[in-house]
Write a protein that binds this ligand. Sequence first.
Ligand code: ATP
Length: 472
Amino acid sequence: MVVTMEKIVSLCKRRGFIFPGSEIYGGLANTWDYGPYGIELQNNIKKIWWKNFVQDRQDMVGIDAGIFMNPKVWEASGHIQSFSDPLMDCKKCNERVRGDKLIEQWSLEAGQGRLPKHWAGEKTPSEDILEYVMNEKIVCPKCGELAWTKPRRFNLMFQTHQGVIEDEQSLVYLRPETAQGIFVNFKNVLQSSRKKIPFGIGQIGKAFRNEITPGNFIFRTREFEQMEIEYFVKLNDWKSLYDGWRQQMEYFYTDILHFHAEKMRWRQHSPEERAHYSDETWDVEYHFPFGWGELWGISYRTDFDLKNHSKLSGETLDYLDPETNERFVPHCIEPTFGVGRTVLAALLDSYDEDQAPSEKDGMESDARTVLRLHSSLAPVKVAILPLVKKLSDRARNIFCDLQKDMMVEFDESASIGKRYRRQDEIGTPFCVTIDFTTLEDATVTVRDRDSMKQERVNESMLRSFFSEKFRL
Ligand code: ATP
């Protein structure tokens, strides 16, 4: 079975995970809205992330900074000067592409090893990109002509104006990363939390980038959400702590999210490819249907950010070591995770098709689509299904009882087989069926999504049964 993006996009629309944005107006390119199940999946990912990286650790605290920040922040961070992509236009059909992505796509289609030497992605000088494209005759994917403009640097930050007067003074940016909200609050958090180095600050929030080529569903969008950590360390400790964070990221995808390990890999950035602030960067890549792509990343940002903010703001952003009495500007390790890309990976990783017994004839079987999401990610944990409407009152009592602990769904419409299929498609781990035997002995049938095995459980034991299953 091959999982395609088409299958995922169609399931998301059909079952209410993710809809095209502003659809009734014909949409708005590459915008997506999360529906009832999508938001549950997304919230579960964020909750699990927060629990794992903030709540369960003594060396972490959280914040939630604003999207709008003083424009000087983006000067200090280097985003105004160097947060740009090489944009090229086809002179024949006006198709607009990212020069680096054009070469990467061509190289992917042409087989491994055809990237220019010392390839640095979007950081490659414009002249080099153009020269390579012309030498290799990489034509426009839309019209097939070889007529590219020289790449122009295009800043990815969205601009808007604060207040009623639109002038230079009122110019603000929509933040392109959440990280800077952490750096500018470093002193406030340090003073109020009295944390000792090494310690970190976590944040979940929206970021905006005016991407030249958004696409692949929610993989690359212009508005997206990040879960970021800035972990402050002593200069000499950075390498060992950095390696420790890489292990924790790995643990997060194997043991917490339960993604297939063979679909994940690490990729180190070459020195040329690294962002302006970084001395070492690794990406955690996932094997998407369109190829390997960055899911998360981890950068060693040195003391670049705190130093620059200190310089531009005039505030001292350093740390006094209580043991050595030494003052220094902390260095920083940044593990960063995209929410949307994690949602996409969770859907792809859990998507499966198999055969389920048919209702018509026990010997036949129906093809079913099933999301084998780990129960902690599943949007709905249990579905309550009365066999016939006559049993609905009894079933509703069970629903109300279980709802106190978890997301539960009540469904009394259509045949039981159709209702099972529906729950399989949204990844519900268990279905509880109330039938006529329930009236006699107060037991219900609990059906397991993956094995499709059924067992009878006493109605009064259901809450503890599921607490045990989900370790609530
Ligand atoms: P890419 O190389 O794919 O453009 P990036 O290296 O610019 O990504 P980072 O700046 O490291 O990405 O951002 C941290 C995380 O935010 C990424 O690992 C990814 O999960 C997510 N992310 C970045 N850009 C986007 C986007 N346009 N849409 C959705 N998620 C994104």
